[in-house]
Design a protein around this ligand. Structure first.
Ligand SMILES: Nc1ncnc2c1ncn2[C@@H]1O[C@H](COP(=O)(O)OP(=O)(O)OP(=O)(O)O)[C@@H](O)[C@H]1O
Ligand SMILES: [Mg+2]
Length: 330
């Protein structure tokens, strides 16, 4: 495997791209750049005389934190996601998979252009447009409702190693009293609040139970990380990227996570009350959605994977209490 980075030589990069039939030997690479912020993988935009493309390479660690191991096959699973949905109507929201180099652990994606993700929503007074809101729910409904043939779904990778890693962040670290991550640096007073929650044994028990459901199998193909950081605002509108956490699981997971982010980003209340109008389904387990929503509220406020939230301590307290209440419904 050849490791690529912003410092790779253009000739080395060109060799890889030519070998994957994505550029001609006679063409030149004009520039390489970092298309946006990301932690897990190496993501580059390569600009050639004929256009541009995105290269994404996984490592057996988290790219930004090399001391944290992470399964290198996550890129294979992301490639398989793109291959699987290529006939689903949800594909229009995702970049096209242009190539997949299994040996070098690289996927080549359509470049959606210079764009920003939707994490600006966490800033005060920035609301999603109604159009984007509808698209966000529409995509999820199309994805979850795509039916796959039996071998397609049963042979799809379980993505368990990456889910186990995520499980620690979702269900273990936020509730661990031994956690030495200092939340008072994020917000004065937050550490004390967290320690109080961490003494709540019934909450911890509920989290452990819900964790088992996250690791269980289900019927729907999930995105697995459906939050504003996986959404791109492009010239042609709302798009979705980064399905590396995907698996066939309970759709309530994606739904609960999404609802939690609408709350943390203080979006208009109608986006939560109208939610099921835009995601009509007869087989949703609403209390499971609530539980995953509660999980996400808690783990994003007192866990390690922090967001650029602009919430007061009072608002965080309210959301944590709500998270607790939701996680404990069953
Ligand atoms: N197809 C694309 N077109 C344009 N920009 C893209 C594309 N794919 C990724 N990007 C940009 O690169 C950034 C990182 O991509 P991505 O989220 O897939 O990487 P990651 O390493 O999995 O990130 P994370 O650590 O958040 O999981 C995105 O936030 C986006 O700005
Ligand atoms: Mg990612």
């Amino acid at each position: 495997m050849k490791e690529i980075s912003l410092n790779s030589s253009l000739s080395e990069l060109k060799k890889i791209i030519v070998k994957n039939n994505l550029m001609h030997e006679k063409d030149q690479i004009l520039n390489i750049e970092k298309p946006g912020a990301g932690n897990m993988n190496v993501v580059l935009r390569v600009i050639t005389q004929k256009g541009s493309l995105i290269l994404k390479q996984s490592r057996n660690y988290v790219n930004k934190y090399p001391q944290i191991p992470a399964p290198i096959n996550r890129i294979d699973i992301e490639a398989q996601f793109y291959q699987l949905i290529h006939t689903s109507s949800c594909r229009h929201y995702l970049p096209r998979l242009l190539g997949y180099d299994q040996n070098n652990k690289i996927i080549f994606l359509e470049d959606l252009g210079k764009s920003s993700d939707y994490q600006v929503l966490y800033q005060n007074n920035i609301d999603l447009s109604q159009k984007d809101y509808v698209a966000i729910l529409y995509f999820l409904r199309q994805l979850h409702n795509t039916s796959f043939s039996e071998p397609q779904s049963s042979q799809f990778p379980k993505n368990l190693a990456l889910r186990q890693l995520n499980h620690e962040h979702l269900f273990v670290y936020p509730y661990s009293e031994k956690n030495n991550f200092d939340l008072s640096e994020i917000k004065p007073g937050l550490q004390r609040l967290a320690q109080k929650m961490r003494q709540d044994t019934s909450l911890k028990k509920a989290a452990i139970q819900l964790g088992k459901k996250y690791l269980s199998e289900g019927n729907s193909l999930l995105h697995g990380d459906y939050y504003p950081g996986s959404w791109l605002k492009t010239k042609s509108g709302f798009h979705v990227i980064d399905p590396e956490f995907c698996f066939f699981g309970p759709k309530e997971y994606d739904l609960g996570v999404l609802r939690a982010h609408l709350k943390m980003a203080e979006q208009p209340i109608s986006y939560l009350t109208d939610f099921w109008k835009h995601y009509p389904a007869s087989d949703v387990n609403y209390s499971l959605v609530d539980q995953f929503e509660g999980m996400e509220l808690i783990r994003r406020i007192i866990g390690l994977a922090q967001l650029p939230l602009s919430l007061s301590l009072e608002k965080m307290t309210t959301l944590l209490q709500e998270g607790r209440r939701l996680l404990m419904v069953s």
